[in-house]
Design a protein around this ligand. Structure first.
Ligand SMILES: Nc1c(NC[C@H](O)[C@H](O)[C@H](O)CO)[nH]c(=O)[nH]c1=O
Ligand SMILES: CC(=O)[C@@H](O)COP(=O)(O)O
Length: 228
């Protein structure tokens, strides 16, 4: 799980050395400054350079009243730990179920690990990947979900059918997200053979369903907490 640390406490320590200006030219060092969050805790507060904080210190040179200033840059990121109240749908294709079921289980396992409640998850089965886009669009437009995960497995056969289904699945999921305004996550495997699919459905290449669920949580949080 990603760890987050607030820069608040370190800013107090740095205040005497560095002057921070907000876009109005006022000192914003610890009061109104945007609190930036870092993925990993630094080993020492000294590792916080003004660059890491995206806030440039102003320089006041002797005998001159001019100084340069740069407005703070705001970084918006979805949080994978703020999952309370977020609702998700999973659209899963029955075709190649031997692959799609473990992908689904991976997704549900991630939801559990990140404290998404069972009652906030609906799973909708469709015949194949070609059908995913239409259903994801309907679910997105329902207004009931913060993000939708689309799960399927397209495995190459002898004909060009693979390309049609794989491309349709990708554009269907993309369109669903764009047309509904709800993040629709592409958890569809597109594989040359069954071995590749097995490796990505809980085998040696991980579980792409689990990864898709984490993406869904981050996107749901980004939309809900920052992009209203
Ligand atoms: N070949 C695969 C399919 N084919 C079925 C289509 O998705 C679709 O259900 C059918 O053409 C009716 O519209 N589906 C997969 O999910 N994966 C495949 O490898
Ligand atoms: C998606 C596919 O390519 C597959 O199921 C169809 O196989 P084929 O191309 O041999 O008909």
């Amino acid at each position: 799980m990603a760890s987050f640390v607030s820069t608040d406490c370190f800013l107090h320590a740095l205040k005497p050395q560095l002057g921070f200006l907000n876009h109005n030219g006022q000192d914003s060092s610890c009061g109104s400054i945007n609190v930036l969050r870092l993925r990993k805790a630094p080993k020492s507060p000294l590792l916080f350079s003004s660059r890491a904080l995206d806030v440039k210190p102003y320089v006041q040179s002797k005998g001159r009243s001019s100084f340069s200033q740069t407005a703070a840059v705001k970084h918006l990121t979805g949080s994978v730990t703020r999952t309370q109240g977020l609702r998700f749908a999973v659209v899963v294709a029955r075709f190649n179920e031997i692959i799609t079921r473990p992908l689904l289980e991976g997704a549900l396992g991630t939801f559990k690990n990140y404290s998404v409640q069972d009652e906030d998850i609906d799973v909708v089965w469709v015949p194949g990947c070609f059908e995913i886009g239409a259903v994801a669009t309907r679910l997105g437009k329902s207004g009931k979900y913060h993000a939708i995960i689309c799960i399927g497995a397209v495995i190459r056969g002898d004909t060009t059918h693979y390309d049609a289904v794989a491309n349709s699945a990708a554009s269907g999921v993309l369109s669903a997200g764009l047309n509904s305004g709800v993040p629709c996550i592409f958890g569809v495997l597109t594989c040359e053979n069954m071995d590749q699919a097995i490796n990505r459905a809980g085998g040696k290449s991980g579980n792409k369903g689990a990864e898709a669920a984490l993406t869904a949580i981050e996107m749901a949080s980004l939309f809900e907490h920052h992009l209203q």
